[in-house]
Write a protein that binds this ligand. Structure first.
Ligand code: ZN
Ligand code: ZN
Length: 759
């Protein structure tokens, strides 16, 4: 403190602090507290100095954290004493030109209430303007071509600001100060309505005309934030059927967008946690329990207890949804291809699907699908982490060497690490067609550029045939570290919780390549971030015909029956067997001769098999469908488990389910309902896995259990295990920030490789 009683503090602020209105926020805060000094963008984030009375300076730093703008994320504030001087003003200093190099780029953000109020105000100059935005909202990640994040490095570079927009942009006290996508009807992007052949439809109000098209039951392709959606009126059965038929998406549930919470509550139940995430700035698709009966067309989510719902997140959505209860908003692609982003591309790829196109002339640089989450009583769990969350980093336990992890084969994401931050990409998809591979490549290059990461090593799965693995080995500049699939799942969870292990890891999913060449998927590991020891697994069963058994769960049912009943299988009096006697006989030969039939310890396949056995589903329209139906028919409440065995074979703990299968057949003979069998089945799996984990805990002294893998998307299983293990005195972790399914795999691969290198 000097003789005037003033102090001066310099501070370095790190996190997501650029392009999110942080400097105007600091400026206004400093003015409010009568502080002098400056704020500026630097290569690491924000640097500032404040000078004033000690109380005011104290209040400043308190408010810095508590009142930070909605898009900001402060990861660290370092403060240093400085010498006070005669300064009286607080200023925003011009950028040094070095900014943003290690600063974080904000994800895309839903339009804010201030902007919405303006958009619906007839007196406002942006009345009904679909590209209204400010420093607190709007596109970010999807329009950034390069860094630093400035207008000329975004797809807004094509639009020169008019004098009024420019004045807002340059006024530190304005909500649009340095809002890079700032625009108005005079100078900014515009929407156009196109017909099926891509010809502009001459109308005064393209959005109103688009609403008319939807009301007439037609299919509209809408250009959004991260790509095109295909939209139809969600109460119109015929329109939804037409969309499914043209998109070749027979059964997979379709997501809907509703104008507000009140509309949603007419067709779905909303808990407090769900409401919070629905209205969050990320605006993901949230899986909600559907009301029955529902005003929505049953074709939206056939046979499904849940419905994927989101609220509008762009101004255009808000305008489009007026007068609708809900619109189906599904990604603009043919099944399994990446979502279309470019106007020309959309016209080509959605040809024959869309009747009209609502396009605009603000380019999307990087496609980003909608995120999908599931929210229970208190926790939000990621199913697909994409728009709104990417590229916000996962902060790691400690800095690691830079790694590029290639992810898995299905639900692929990639992950890049830099220091103590891991950046997961948006959802890329299933790496099984050329378009998805190109998207993969583009995403890697784009993220390396905008995050300025030069990986020192590549990480990938152990599976030699995964395209992601092949790509890792297609170069010879960098070392490749292979990480076993289920180990990567567990490390992904460890990373999220800043744990290093060792822990007991339960990794349960559909498919993952095992060290013994078999297909693993029900694994008990003792694992840390670097290595693991396989201590047990679900008993191996034959996967008859390999991948065919994934698409046809009845094959798994026959496999499990054959294991439990041997030659008596043919004589069993079960409906699904009676429907296909000859096929079953043939399949049993395949099983016995092990023709093109690896072994699997997969819990996902057990779910599939049981679902088929009790008549829920013979074949699957999409992976995991049968397992999902088994979960959905499980009623709440406690059920007595069926029998099972825990054996020790060659030093490994093996969970055997022959007794369970025999019990299920008996229950079917006794005329027990599907719901009761499902309840008892779930109870059995919970009991078996928790007993195995407890046994392992006693043997090793480890008290922490980590759950990961796609099977733990099943809430009955995840919650049941967490409860049982906690009451046995063990600490249980699963994943919240990153999906437990293969979408989270790349994080585990990256951290495992990084930790191995760091040692
Ligand atoms: Zn706004
Ligand atoms: Zn303007």
């Amino acid at each position: 403190m000097d003789k005037t009683g003033l102090i001066r503090i310099r501070a370095e602020v790190q996190g997501i602090v650029q392009g999110v209105g942080f400097r105007p926020f600091v400026y206004q805060l400093a003015h409010r507290l009568n502080l002098a000094g400056f704020v500026q963008n630097t290569s690491f984030g924000i640097e500032l100095e404040v000078q004033g009375l000690p109380n005011d300076v104290g209040a400043f730093f308190q408010a810095l954290n508590q009142e930070a703008p909605p898009l900001a994320y402060i990861s660290k504030v370092d403060t240093f004493p400085s010498t006070s001087n005669g300064e009286k003003e607080f200023i925003i200093r011009a950028s040094s030109g070095l900014e943003a190099r290690t600063a974080l780029i904000s994800p895309d953000v839903a339009v804010c209430q201030d902007c919405l109020d303006e958009m619906f105000d007839p007196a406002d100059r942006r009345y009904l303007y679909p590209f209204i935005n400010c420093t607190n909202c709007g596109p970010r990640y999807t329009i950034i071509k390069d860094i630093p994040y400035d207008r000329d490095k975004t797809s807004m570079q094509a639009f020169e600001m008019c004098p009024r927009c420019s004045a807002e942009y340059n006024d530190p006290s304005n909500r649009r100060f340095h809002a890079q996508p700032n625009a108005c009807p005079v100078c900014g992007p515009q929407v156009t309505l196109l017909d099926a052949f891509g010809r502009p439809v001459p109308v005064d109000d393209p959005v109103a005309a688009a609403r008319g098209i939807l009301r007439r039951g037609r299919i509209l392709a809408v250009k959004g934030l991260g790509g095109f959606h295909l939209a139809v009126d969600a109460v119109d059965s015929e329109a939804v059927r037409l969309l499914r038929q043209r998109k070749k998406r027979e059964e997979k549930p379709l997501a809907v967008m509703a104008p507000d919470l009140r509309a949603i509550s007419q067709f779905a139940l909303i808990t407090a946690t769900q409401e919070k995430i629905l209205t969050s700035i990320q605006r993901p698709i949230v899986l909600l329990e559907a009301r029955r009966p529902s005003p929505l067309a049953p074709e939206v989510a056939p046979d499904n207890k849940y419905i994927g719902v989101m609220l509008p997140y762009t101004p255009l959505h808000h305008l489009l949804l007026q007068d609708f209860l809900a619109l189906v908003m599904t990604s603009g692609n043919l099944s399994e291809e990446p979502i279309a982003i470019d106007n020309e591309e959309a016209l080509q790829r959605l040809d024959g699907i869309a009747d009209n196109y609502l396009v605009h002339n603000r380019d999307i640089y990087l496609r980003t699908d909608d995120s999908v989450v599931r929210a229970g009583a208190s926790k939000v769990r990621q199913i697909r982490r994409s728009r709104g969350f990417v590229p916000a980093p996962i902060f790691l336990r400690r800095p690691l060497p830079s790694v590029l992890a290639m992810g898995g084969e299905l639900k692929n994401t990639i992950c890049l690490t830099k220091g103590d931050r891991a950046f997961l990409s948006q959802h890329i998809g299933d790496l099984e067609n050329l378009q998805t591979l190109e998207f993969f490549d583009l995403t890697v290059k784009h993220l390396e550029r905008i995050l300025e990461i030069k990986p020192e090593v590549l990480a990938c799965d152990l599976h030699p045939d995964y395209l992601s693995t092949k790509m890792a080995f297609s170069q010879n500049e960098l070392e490749v570290i292979q990480v076993q699939h289920h180990h990567a799942h567990i490390v992904s969870a460890l990373a999220e919780h800043h744990l290093d292990g060792p822990v007991i890891g339960l990794a349960c999913d559909g498919t993952g390549y095992g060290e013994d060449g078999q297909i693993w998927g029900g694994e008990l590991l003792v694992a840390d971030s670097r290595s693991y020891d396989r201590r047990g697994h679900l008993d191996y069963a034959v996967l008859p015909g390999g991948a065919a058994a994934i698409k046809e769960p009845w094959r798994m049912a026959v496999s499990f029956l054959d294991q439990a009943f041997g030659h008596e299988t043919a004589g069993l009096n079960l409906n699904f067997l009676a429907d296909r006697r000859e096929k079953v006989a043939l399949l049993r030969q395949i099983i016995q001769k092990r023709l093109n039939s690896p072994l699997t310890s997969s819990l996902g396949r057990l779910f599939d098999g049981v679902a088929a056995m009790i008549g829920l589903r013979d074949d699957a329209a999409f992976e995991g469908q049968a397992a999902m139906m088994l979960e959905m028919c499980c009623p709440p409440g406690d059920f007595a488990p069926f029998n099972f065995d825990l054996a020790e074979i060659d030093g490994l703990l093996v969970i055997k389910f022959q007794a369970l299968i025999r019990d299920i057949v008996q229950a079917l003979y006794d005329g027990r309902s599907q719901t009761e069998i499902s309840g008892r089945f779930h109870a059995t799996v919970v009991r078996a896995l928790s007993e195995a984990a407890r046994k392992l805990s006693m043997e090793t002294g480890l008290k922490t259990v980590v759950l990961s893998g796609g099977c733990f998307q099943n809430q009955i299983l995840a919650n049941g295990l967490a409860q049982t293990l906690s009451s046995a005195g063990l600490t249980v972790y699963t994943q919240d920030q990153v999906p437990v399914n293969d979408g989270g795999l790349s994080l585990g691969q990256a951290v495992c490789a990084g930790e191995r290198l760091a040692r």
